[in-house]
Design a protein around this ligand. Structure first.
Ligand SMILES: NC(=O)c1ccc[n+]([C@@H]2O[C@H](COP(=O)([O-])OP(=O)(O)OC[C@H]3O[C@@H](n4cnc5c(N)ncnc54)[C@H](O)[C@@H]3O)[C@@H](O)[C@H]2O)c1
Length: 326
């Protein structure tokens, strides 16, 4: 599919992942419009697309924007993403992730937008029996963040089956790293992502970091996650958009490498590359499953996705290189 001249509305395009995806869309020459309230996003992340500083809860502004812009597709990243915060303040998550998304979809339906690409999460799986997640698994999220995202997936499924909207939900595993240009990345200083925190320690922005829980049923007792480089994830979005614009039917895909590393292994890899740093031993946190690894067969088979940055050392290095610039 030639994207040239297609109009793509990206919500949350000033954020970490959204900015990488907008940048990946540049070679397609589609027109990119970004809606972002800059609550956790940064104008400096934007390398492609025009920013419209609108909050998703402003129904009139959103609906007017969509009616005028007439997007061929919407890519929806905007949302709140911190699991512990969602436990303390679930209303914020159901409002921003579920209710605001409902309004966005409502506007898409009333303005005849046909394609919707949604940022979902491995958190919809909860605690998977085998630790390896397949799209058809039973979904039982264990925190409000995961539930707020699962509700959106459910809304999309129901609305798509009663309208001419097609959607793809991409369930991201642990996204990390940064583009080699170092112009986009995780800029939020209080981010909770492991590799971001390691990068902050290595650039002396934090004195130390903690590992939460050494008594999980994993070989070294720390949690195992599937870390995906943000540029591979961005490419998955370009493929998914292509799929939708080509008339592909609604689908859900895991985005991960099908390989897990324990928290201790990630820390060890960072120390090997950059030198020692101080680790505190913390208690388990609520809502941390022992192991989350993607089965990524579907996205490879249907979208032809092939990762290029599937290398933990490279992911850590790119995160540290970006951290040095901010
Ligand atoms: N980072 C991860 O590891 C990860 C994993 C799974 C899923 N996700 C999902 O990916 C998406 C993007 O995550 P991210 O890491 O880039 O987060 P981010 O916080 O960097 O980006 C979110 C963007 O949305 C904007 N935003 C939030 N609420 C808004 C609102 N009401 N109106 C307008 N703009 C709003 C923020 O300003 C920000 O630019 C989220 O939906 C998140 O749930 C992220």
């Amino acid at each position: 599919m030639n994207f040239k001249k297609k109009r793509v509305l990206v919500t949350g395009g000033a954020g970490y992942i959204g900015a990488h995806v907008c940048q990946s869309l540049q070679p397609t020459q589609c027109d990119v419009a970004i809606i972002d309230n800059l609550s956790t996003g940064f104008e400096s992340n934007i390398q492609n697309g025009e920013l419209h500083p609108i909050d998703l809860n402003e129904w009139d502004s959103i609906n007017q924007f969509i009616a005028e812009y007439k997007p061929d597709a919407v890519i929806h990243f905007a949302g709140s993403i911190v699991v512990p915060e969602s436990v303390k303040n679930p209303l914020k998550y159901y409002q921003n992730n579920t209710a605001n998304t409902l309004n966005l979809i409502r506007s898409c339906i009333s303005n005849n937008v046909k394609n919707f690409l949604f940022s979902s999460t491995a958190a919809v799986y909860g605690i998977p029996d085998t630790g390896i997640c397949t799209e058809s698994d039973h979904l039982k999220p264990i925190n409000p963040y995961g539930r707020s995202k699962l509700m959106t997936e459910m809304m999309l499924e129901d609305i798509a089956s009663s309208s001419n909207l097609n959607y793809v939900a991409l369930r991201y595993f642990n996204v990390a790293g940064a583009h080699e240009s170092k112009q986009m990345g995780q800029r939020m200083p209080d981010a909770t992502h492991l590799i971001k925190i390691i990068a902050q320690v290595l650039t002396k922005k934090r004195k130390e970091m903690a590992i939460f829980g050494f008594d999980y049923p994993t070989p070294d007792g720390t949690c195992i996650r599937d870390y995906i480089h943000v540029c591979d994830l961005a490419h998955a979005h370009v493929l998914a958009l292509n799929y939708l614009l080509d008339g592909g039917k609604s689908a859900v895909f895991n985005c991960g490498y099908s390989k897990g590393f324990s928290v201790q292994e990630v820390v060890n890899a960072a120390k090997k590359q950059f030198g020692d740093f101080n680790i505190l031993h913390g208690e388990r946190r609520d809502g941390d499953p022992p192991q989350l690894i993607a089965n990524a067969d579907q996205i490879k088979a249907i979208l032809g996705w092939q990762p290029k940055y599937n290398n933990l050392d490279l992911i850590i290095q790119s995160a540290v290189e970006f951290e040095k610039t901010i």
